[in-house]
Design a protein around this ligand. Structure first.
Ligand SMILES: [Zn+2]
Length: 294
């Protein structure tokens, strides 16, 4: 069996929000997610604590290109040119040339983007875009790439078929100490997100590895994420149609969803993504505006 360890790559002195997973098979070692640019030193320290250095890493897989998941890939590859990087085909160009990604991130995330740091380019020859359902073998397991759009159009989840572990990136929301909420910043597509959750449930994974944050046993966490997505989208579409605004809908979600209240508290203590939930509600509003326009 492979060993899976979460290296905490939450920026600065903060902790408990972002995992980079070291997957350790007998001959191959890979990272699933790298965390942000500002956490490279933390990642290297975490690897050292587990007895490794960057030169022991064979490849990196990122679920999507957002700064908190893939921000340091360019820097890591510049330190070990032999690393192969797996990314969804729609994300590949943005890892190679992150200028647009950086300006879009600053617009959406504001100060948080600066805290994550500006990504550097990954050379084209290090990048590889797997197809949906494509598999690669590592000595003790088989890795399957599962396209899971919704949170982002270029999102994929990573399934270790023998261990039964799925790495969900942001496609199953965030799970902090068992509190689960959807992550739906613009541009978000809730229909695709819900389809993606069903697709993952149908794989019957035994364990769920959330980038935010940690490994959990059981399918129930995916089912809870699905229920949350359905609940949020039903309510928010109703409020949108009634003419409510984003701020009011945000407060109404906090009234209805205790997990969201606890996560809002967590975000405030972390002082990292203070407006995350509000931005998520905005993402759903923008989706309904888009549907109405078309
Ligand atoms: Zn994320």
């Amino acid at each position: 069996m492979v060993d899976i360890n979460c290296i905490d790559v939450t920026p600065q002195y903060k902790s408990g929000y972002i995992c980079s997973y070291l997957v350790d098979s007998s001959e191959k070692r890979l990272l699933i997610e790298t965390g942000p640019m500002s956490s490279v030193a933390k990642l290297l320290d975490g690897l050292a604590d587990l007895g490794y250095s960057l030169s022991d890493i064979d490849f990196i897989i990122v679920t999507h290109i957002h700064l908190d998941h893939a921000g340091s890939v360019g820097q890591l590859v510049s330190m070990n040119r032999g690393i192969r990087v797996y990314v969804h085909p729609r994300g590949l160009i943005h890892l190679n040339n992150p200028i647009k990604l950086w300006s879009a991130s600053k617009k959406t995330l504001g100060e948080t983007a600066k805290l994550y740091g500006e990504p550097t380019p990954v050379p084209m020859q290090n990048l590889y875009a797997p197809k949906d359902g494509e598999i690669i073998s590592i000595d003790e397991d088989i890795i399957k790439f599962i396209y899971t759009p919704g949170h982002a159009s270029h999102h994929m989840s990573i399934f270790l078929m023998k261990s039964g572990v799925i790495f969900t990136g942001d496609s199953a929301g965030i799970n902090i100490s068992g509190n689960i909420i959807p992550v739906t910043p613009p541009p978000h597509n809730p229909i695709k997100a819900i389809d993606s959750l069903r697709k993952m449930i149908n794989l019957h994974p035994r364990r769920i590895a959330f980038t935010h944050f940690g490994l959990y046993d059981g399918l129930a966490y995916l089912e809870r994420a699905l229920n949350k997505w359905v609940m949020w989208t039903n309510y928010v579409s109703e409020w949108y149609n009634e003419g409510l605004d984003v701020a009011t809908s945000y407060r109404k979600i906090l009234d209805l969803d205790e997990d969201a209240v606890r996560l809002e508290r967590f975000y405030n203590e972390l002082s990292l993504g203070n407006n995350e939930i509000l931005i998520s509600i905005d993402g759903l509003f923008k989706y309904y505006e888009w549907v109405k326009r078309d």
